[in-house]
Design a protein around this ligand. Structure first.
Ligand code: WTA
Length: 660
């Protein structure tokens, strides 16, 4: 969306009286008071919340340490354990028998796990990892499907102070290998297979392939959870079954008390250059914001059933499955499958069956379920009892007003506030979001900053732009759950988020934004760097280009841009120059398919280009720079209105405009 399309006039949805009455943050005055408190004493505000929401082994005396900016530290002399905060503490509070996780498998089987049971599972796994020699500071790569074991593996790492790095099960062997190598992981925890949409998909064999690619010498152990029981290759010198690892282990595991800044996890995400970056998060500040945003944005209470549909392979699954809801003693759904299996009514049926009260999903899922419901009456949400719902959430990409209205009306029955939460892997938790008992909603706007978050829209010099004018989204002050560094590459951290040539002082989100001239509400206008958002997944254009040109036999050159797509938000378009004459017709289709599969193999199926166009060349300036602006216009099917006088080879534009 360009700033010109940003919404200024839409119907307004004030918070319903019952939502205001029961909310943790109730009413505008309460929100204003929190913002004023943060304004008056920034460190004091976060310190108060950190004491209220987190149990510390050693209480902190320092709050924000800016001495090594932009490498900020929070609560640095405090010690804690994330797993203690999510498990033991709830049992001590009398919630031992409360259901922590309701797991629903792809095929529909349901397993309930209480806090006491989850603590036992986690402790046995933690003791098992310890028995392999895994210790504080080691990295463990987790390549598991959605399930109790996935959440427990993350918690088990946290319990012993090992830093986890979860790799989404849809990533290829090559991507997995890169992450294993970059983290220097000592162990990989995986499953024989994953079960999604009625299909069994490999995991362990991909781990084997990844390790065989080389560079994974740090890996001493591969722990395998038996999910489907499929016959898989097993190397007894390195592989062991999770069941064997935990058998005979004690259900008691003293937590490893770590400093607040101790890296809880690394999570890889796409940036402007070819190589994904390992975003490093802290323990104390991260856990605080995970718990606080779950409490205020979702208004999570004792009797709620919370469901975040994200995968633990993404940050949303970290913050709003593994940590936030458990830190508050909530009950949550963990779902293994996909929204369209056995049919596109699956989400609605699960909300009905489990009496879900808070539901958090991505616009791309909503858009595809709208299409399905419009095509097949039986999977329309009106056929299900969704009366348990009280709050809906959206995350990962802008939600278009039409999808918002449908979600509000057909899923929320017109009763439920929608929290459109803007945040990033790097921010750890919500940054700009409505609060259900406070905010008057405007479809398409993520509204106002979370109390304490100093979000602003500025120009290239770092100066605030007036409301109504588009600009660059920044955060003016460090906040507890922010990225600490890029693993192994502090310079890249500085360059990416605090670039000197920009301003050096503010956190640069990488998104553009505009504030409503009357209300000051934020609307995100899209990435300002070379990052695409496809179905809510972040993809770097250079990452896909690198994958394409690594097919050295076929590809001479490639350029990747995004174009808007009704369902996936953005679609990936690749312009490719082959090492052979430009193909047409069936040959072009065949090669395009081969290249799609190649990208799936190099990165993962989520990175497959939707459109592939072949040219004898790419539009370049006389100095050899690819003119991506022109490619973007071609990808969108727009007439070229830009100045093409600096172009070396203008005739190429016509050729690239032809679809195969
Ligand atoms: C985009 C996902 C508009 C944005 C939590 C951001 C959004 C990127 C929203 C981060 C939203 C996320 N409205 N855009 N509510 N939420 N984005 O790291 O471009 O996977 O920079 O984190 O998604 O994606 P990431």
């Amino acid at each position: 969306m360009s700033s010109a399309d940003a919404p200024t006039e839409y119907s307004l949805y004030p918070p319903p009286a019952d939502a205001v009455a029961r909310a943790h943050v109730s009413g505008q005055a309460a929100y204003d008071a929190l913002c004023a408190e943060a304004e008056a004493d920034y460190a004091g505000y976060w310190a108060r919340l950190a004491r209220e929401l987190i149990s510390w082994k050693t209480p902190f005396t320092q709050v924000l340490d800016e001495s090594d900016a932009p490498f900020f530290k929070w609560f640095a002399d405090g010690t804690l354990n994330a797993s203690y905060n999510c498990l033991d503490r709830n049992i001590e509070r009398g919630l031992g028998d409360k259901t922590a996780i309701v797991f629903e498998a792809d095929g529909g089987e349901v397993r309930r796990v209480s806090y006491r049971e989850l603590l036992a599972i986690v402790s046995k796994m933690a003791n098992g990892l310890k028995s392999l020699g895994v210790k504080k500071g080691d990295r463990v790569v987790i390549y598991l499907p959605m399930g109790v074991e996935g959440v427990a593996a993350m918690q088990a790492c946290a319990r012993i102070g090992a830093t986890h790095s979860v790799v989404f099960g849809g990533f290829s062997a090559q991507s997995l290998r890169d992450r294993i190598e970059d983290t220097g992981a000592v162990a990989v925890i995986t499953a024989d297979q994953q079960q999604r949409g009625g299909k069994s998909l490999p995991l362990k064999t991909i781990v084997d392939e990844a390790i065989a690619l080389g560079g994974c010498g740090s890996v001493k152990h591969v722990v395998v959870h038996k999910r489907t029981g499929a016959d898989i290759p097993f190397d007894a010198s390195r592989d062991l079954w999770l069941a064997d690892l935990v058998a005979g282990q004690s259900e008691v595991c003293e937590p490893e008390w770590v400093e607040a800044e101790h890296p809880l996890f690394l999570l890889y995400t796409s940036g402007s250059t070819g190589k994904p970056k390992g975003v490093q998060h802290s323990t104390g500040g991260y856990l605080l914001h995970a718990a606080l945003t779950t409490k205020w944005t979702f208004d999570l209470k004792e009797d709620d059933v919370f469901w975040c549909t994200a995968d633990i392979g993404w940050v949303t699954g970290h913050t709003y499955i593994t940590y936030g809801p458990l830190a508050l003693g909530g009950t949550e759904i963990v779902f293994e499958g996909v929204p369209t299996f056995p049919d596109a009514g699956r989400f609605w049926k699960m909300i009905q069956d489990h009496k879900v009260s808070i539901f958090y999903t991505a616009p791309t899922a909503i858009r595809s379920l709208i299409k399905a419901a419009e095509a097949t009456e039986a999977v329309h949400p009106k056929n299900y009892d969704l009366s348990s719902l009280r709050i809906l959430g959206s995350v990962g990409e802008p939600i278009n007003p039409a999808a918002w209205e449908w979600y509000h009306k057909h899923v929320g029955g017109g009763r439920c506030p929608i929290v459109d939460t803007f945040w990033q892997t790097e921010t750890g938790g919500h940054m700009i979001t409505p609060l259900p008992g406070v905010t008057t909603l405007v479809p398409g706007s993520c509204t106002l900053p979370f109390p304490g978050i100093q979000a602003a829209v500025v120009d290239e010099t770092g100066k605030d732009v007036p409301w109504g004018q588009g600009g660059i989204l920044v955060v003016k002050k460090p906040w507890p759950s922010m990225i600490r560094t890029i693993w192994g590459d502090p310079e890249r951290f500085k360059k990416s988020y605090y670039p000197a040539d920009f301003h050096g002082k503010y956190y640069l989100a990488g998104d553009g934004a505009i504030r409503d001239p009357k209300t000051g509400y934020f609307t995100i206008t899209g990435r300002i760097d070379d990052v695409l958002n496809v179905s809510g997944h972040r993809m770097g254009t250079m990452e896909i280009e690198s994958a394409l040109v690594s097919h050295t036999e076929l590809v001479a050159e490639a350029a990747v841009v995004g174009r808007p797509d009704d369902t996936t938000g953005e679609a990936i378009c690749a312009f490719v120059v082959l090492k052979r004459p430009r193909p047409t017709g069936d040959e072009a289709k065949k090669i395009a398919n081969e290249l799609r599969n190649w990208v799936a193999k190099e990165i993962g199926p989520i990175a497959k280009p939707k459109d592939i166009r072949f040219g004898e060349n790419l539009p370049k300036t006389r100095s050899g720079k690819i003119m991506r602006r022109l490619l973007r216009s071609i990808a969108r099917g727009e007439a070229i209105t830009q100045d093409t006088s600096t172009l070396e080879n203008p005739a190429i534009l016509d050729q690239l405009s032809q679809t195969n």
